[in-house]
Design a protein around this ligand. Structure first.
Ligand code: SRM
Ligand code: SF4
Length: 586
């Protein structure tokens, strides 16, 4: 090799590179046990570094409350607690399960439930000593937290719409099938949290994961060709049910999506998944397993910032990836079925299920099911579930569906929501309705700026601006995160706000409600008070020049998109806001 040749893309280099320290922790953990059994019952207020790595595989994060950090001359003093995340394939809960989680939030958490962007629930503020009782009660309600975090397949998502046809039932069934096949088999979870018998023999095999689990997290979603509620293009692996008359003909396979990136590190970037094949319905679960195992064997285990499947797909290209996949399966991988990209439904409001019953989608701001002055959402949901006993489904937009309702149930539900000040579809502006924010401060250790607590203020200003310009009825996705990891999926929204430092955000524009486009960096390092003024020239042009049915992201792409490079998330590019002040744009 000459001195100017870069070895960066040579996979033999990856194979011989030193594994990251996390690899050693996994490898020597005896299938995710480490020192957890002893640490859980010890008086120590905290878990040590290696055990915090393993805790994640059990669905637990050690966090400190960043509002309570104190510096009195010496090292910073911190107040520690735990975040616990469940795995809920397809986001489906029974009424009893919901009521159990609701009760646990008061008894062992911080009094809130948080619906996540991946159809799950998180508890925050759980004390170390309360972990075992919490996990025991979760388990007793036939739920689990295993594999909610860590280097494994995460919660498997599926369209939450409870529509009574074969296709909608099929995507939920496939999601459960994938979750079952990719769930870790280690008995460690039962031993540590549920006082199960200690295992020393081969009953503890990990057929999919082996000793080292995956190089990094692996995310799967299942959509329909009529409904991309799961925001499919952002995942490592996705399936789109190709349907005809409510029946599933097969699934398109997507690989290599992922949003997380690091500011100013050009080798990290957001990427949307590539559609590479079509499989028959009976092979849907097997193909996801094959993708996962290919990732297990070929993913980068030395640089955790470059370890997601998207980097392998980007490095290999779709053709080579597909060929490698073909080597691993005994069934045919056909050319993808050409279908238009489906939109992301939020399902807010009342909808027929197709079986004579209804479901009601209720918006939850940033997924935080809490009681606040004037809007007691948590009490409302508890009363609805206890009174009507509906099915409960969590949506990928952090909201909740109550299912299997009769007409009388719908009226009861609406009465309860109104009594608790919970906004219905008619009371939500579009800016609010499609918005999402990650938790960020005070619980997230990676937050650079506020998100969940800052978004309502920004949305209020945006609502006013859109109403003034008479475009308030246009659907619009606004998503905010406290750092570039992208937990509320800002990079494919109409407007994405990404924390840089306290009170300062990068502003992205150009995604949209189909989720099939990455946004461009529109304005860099914008102070929170300057967000709306920065957007104003674009919004004004949008109001005066938009085509019918054109969303903000679509308009932006038509007017400015062709002027900018497509891959604009690395920090070295020029923001595009100035283009909207230039008179030259048509
Ligand atoms: Fe996330 C890390 C919260 C969806 C990309 N994410 C974190 C942690 C655990 C912070 C940490 O590592 O210390 C956050 C916990 C904060 C807290 O206090 O609760 C956190 N992520 C969330 C949730 C709760 C946000 C929400 O508002 O709902 C979502 C939980 C989903 C779930 O139920 O499993 C959540 N995270 C996402 C998504 C969106 C998605 O998957 O649809 C992404 C972008 C997609 C992707 O994976 O690329 C995302 N989270 C990340 C990353 C960047 C990963 C990467 O490979 O680049 C991190 C950092 C990391 O893993 O090192 C991260
Ligand atoms: Fe934390 Fe960043 Fe994820 Fe927000 S986007 S929850 S700040 S890791």
């Amino acid at each position: 090799m000459t001195p100017i040749e870069s070895p960066a893309d040579d996979e033999t280099t990856l194979e011989t590179a030193t594994p990251s320290s996390v690899e050693l922790v996994k490898l020597t953990s005896r299938r995710l046990r480490g020192g957890l059994q002893e640490a859980v019952v010890s008086d120590a207020p905290l878990f040590d570094d290696d055990d915090t790595v393993l805790l994640k595989f059990h669905g637990i994060y050690q966090q400190d409350d960043r509002d309570k950090r104190v510096k009195r001359g010496g090292p910073q003093e911190k107040v520690w607690s735990m975040m616990i995340r469940l795995t809920i394939p397809g986001g489906v809960l029974t009424p009893d399960q919901y009521l159990t989680l609701d009760a646990l939030a008061d008894r062992l958490g911080n009094g809130t439930l948080r619906v996540t962007t991946r159809q799950s629930i998180q508890f925050h503020g759980v004390l170390k000593g309360n972990l075992k009782p919490l996990l025991a009660e979760i388990s007793a309600s036939l739920l689990t937290t295993i594999a909610a975090c860590g280097d494994v397949s995460r919660n498997v998502m599926a369209s939450p719409a409870p529509i009574d046809d074969e296709a909608h039932r099929a995507v939920q069934t496939v999601a459960r099938g994938v979750a079952e096949v990719l769930q870790p088999r280690t008995r460690a979870y039962y031993e540590i949290w549920l006082d199960g018998e200690r295992v020393t023999d081969s009953r503890d095999e990990e057929p999919v994961y082996g000793d080292s689990y995956l190089p990094r997290k692996f995310k799967v979603g299942v959509a329909l060709d009529t409904d991309n509620a799961v925001d499919l293009y952002t995942y490592d692996c996705g399936l789109v049910a190709i349907t005809r008359d409510g029946k599933v003909l097969g699934y398109n396979l997507l690989v290599g999506g992922g949003l997380g990136m690091t500011h100013n590190k050009a080798h990290t970037f957001a990427r949307l998944a590539t559609t590479i094949a079509f499989v028959e319905p009976q092979h849907a679960v097997a193909i996801v397993r094959a993708v996962c195992e290919l990732y297990r064997d070929e993913g980068n285990r030395s640089d955790r910032k470059h370890a997601r499947l998207k980097y392998l797909v980007e490095q290999w290209g779709a053709e080579r990836f597909l060929e490698a996949l073909r080597q691993r399966v005994s069934f045919a991988l056909h050319a993808p079925s050409p279908v238009p990209d489906p939109v992301q439904h939020d399902f807010i409001g009342i909808h027929p299920q197709g079986d004579g019953r209804f479901f009601a989608g209720v918006f939850v701001q940033s997924g935080r099911v809490a009681d606040r002055d004037g809007e007691t959402t948590r009490s409302a949901f508890r009363e609805i579930v206890a009174t009507v006993r509906p099915g409960v489904r969590l949506t990928p937009m952090q909201s909740v569906l109550f299912t299997d309702l009769t007409e009388a149930d719908v009226q009861t539900l609406q009465r309860i929501l109104a009594a608790h000040g919970v906004r219905g579809a008619g009371e939500l502006s579009n800016a609010v309705r499609y918005s999402m924010a990650c938790p960020a401060m005070p619980t997230c250790g990676l937050a650079l700026a506020e998100s969940e607590r800052a978004l309502p203020g920004v949305l209020e200003q945006l609502e006013r601006e859109l109403a003034r310009l008479d475009v308030g009825t246009v659907p619009l996705t606004v998503r905010m995160t406290g750092c570039p990891n992208g937990c509320a999926r800002p990079y494919n929204a109409d407007i994405g706000l990404v924390g840089r430092r306290p009170g300062v955000y990068h502003l992205f524009v150009g995604g949209g409600l189909r989720g099939n486009r990455l946004a461009d960096l529109f304005a860099a390092d914008v102070k929170v008070d300057e967000i709306i003024p920065s957007l104003r020239p674009l919004l004004e042009r949008f109001a005066s020049d938009r085509n019918d049915d054109e969303g903000l992201g679509d308009f932006y792409q038509r007017v400015a998109g062709h002027l900018t490079p497509r891959h604009l998330l690395t920090g070295s590019e020029k923001p595009t806001a100035a283009l909207f002040q230039a008179a030259t744009l048509v």
